[in-house]
Design a protein around this ligand. Structure first.
Ligand code: UDP
Ligand code: MG
Length: 339
């Protein structure tokens, strides 16, 4: 019997303490899944601690484990893209390195995949070990993006998911530089289903996402998947212009009836400041989109690979490949063949 192939992709950034815990649990699960040809691919997103030593050692010991090191820290989204680009055949399962996504659920995801679902995503029922502010801001973010985005993005859903081969193939075609992965996964469409789970606390180390980073991430998500804010600026402009016009009529009428006594410095200042503020907000908004357009137009690769250690292949110090370019799927090691 030919086994289905599953590659577990983990983006890792400074997780030397948490990673061994995760690895142990992942291997235990893979061992129980006899009808699956399971592999693990760790993507080191430019860690500065002993993470790379740890994953390269794991890759050398075990043929099921591959290790990919990016040339620097490109961020989780790029690291995940690098990993997914190198899933040769079969499905891919994305996990966080800090054990927040329980590997024990992998068989449930696989079962759903076998039922014919392409995008099986974990939806958090509870978030343990996360601050009140993080939970509240996350809830707000999902509400806003749910309203604004035309692609429905499931709430309380992270990157913890299984993607079928055809979903992976479709993702290959989305090479935008500003990558809001949750949105991209949803954009692909196909059959999808949620797997509810309890998100556990991190086993070790600290979260890599500060409130400021999360804010920028939220901006990324909204600007990548919605142009509503641009339109909102137009409406806000129209609204204030109408207000100003009515106000002007009032001023003229008042002047005609009672004469103009050169008063009204406070109102003038209020109007000028208010309109100035509105204009600056609108300009800033346009700037956000323009900046992204600029980044896209540069057509830089999404990531660069430093080293790749894959089973069966001797430690291959690859030439710094222009990762993420449309033609970069032919990596010597594990690369999906895309025509
Ligand atoms: N991560 C990464 N690159 C980064 C930041 C984070 O690959 O620049 C990885 C990190 O190692 C972890 C996952 O992304 O496996 C989620 O990060 P974290 O647990 O810090 O985020 P949180 O769960 O707090 O949202
Ligand atoms: Mg985490």
């Amino acid at each position: 019997m030919r086994k289905d192939r599953l590659t577990i992709v983990v983006a890792v950034f400074n997780e030397e303490i948490a990673l061994p815990h995760l690895h142990e649990r992942v291997l235990a699960v893979l061992t129980t899944m006899r009808d699956i040809d399971g592999h693990v691919l760790y993507v080191d997103d430019g860690s500065i601690d002993a993470t790379w030593d740890c994953i390269s050692a794991l890759a050398r010991q075990d043929r099921r484990v591959s290790a990919l090191r990016l040339s620097r820290n490109f961020g989780k989204e790029a690291a995940l893209t690098a990993g997914l680009d190198r899933v040769g055949e079969g499905a891919a399962m994305i996990l966080d390195a800090d054990c927040q996504d329980p590997p024990e659920l992998i068989p449930t995801f696989v079962a759903r995949w076998r039922e014919g679902y392409d995008n099986v995503y974990g939806t958090r029922l509870a978030r343990e070990g996360e601050s009140w502010t993080k939970r509240a801001t996350a809830r707000m973010f999902y509400r806003v993006i749910g309203r604004l985005s035309r692609t429905p993005i499931p709430a309380d859903t992270g990157d913890f998911r299984l993607l079928s081969p055809r979903a992976l193939q479709a993702l290959d075609g989305l090479r935008e530089r500003h990558r809001f992965m949750k949105g991209l996964f949803s954009w692909v469409g196909y059959r999808r289903i949620a797997v509810p789970y309890h998100r556990q606390a991190r086993v070790a180390g600290d979260s890599k996402f500060s409130l400021w980073k999360l804010w920028n991430f939220a901006l990324e998500g909204i600007t990548s998947f919605s142009t509503v804010p641009l339109r909102a600026a137009t409406y806000l402009g129209m609204l204030t212009a109408t207000g100003a016009f009515l106000f002007a009529i009032g001023v003229v009428v008042k002047a005609a009836l009672y004469g103009d006594r050169v008063a009204g410095w406070p109102t003038m200042m209020a109007v000028i400041l208010f309109l100035g503020g509105v204009q600056l907000i609108a300009l800033g908004l346009i700037g956000e989109y323009l900046g992204r357009l600029y980044e896209e137009s540069k057509q830089r690769p999404l990531y660069l690979v430093d080293t790749c250690i894959a089973p069966g292949v001797a430690d291959s110090n690859l030439e710094p490949t222009p990762g993420g370019q449309a033609d970069d799927h032919s990596s010597a090691v594990v690369g999906r063949q895309v025509s």
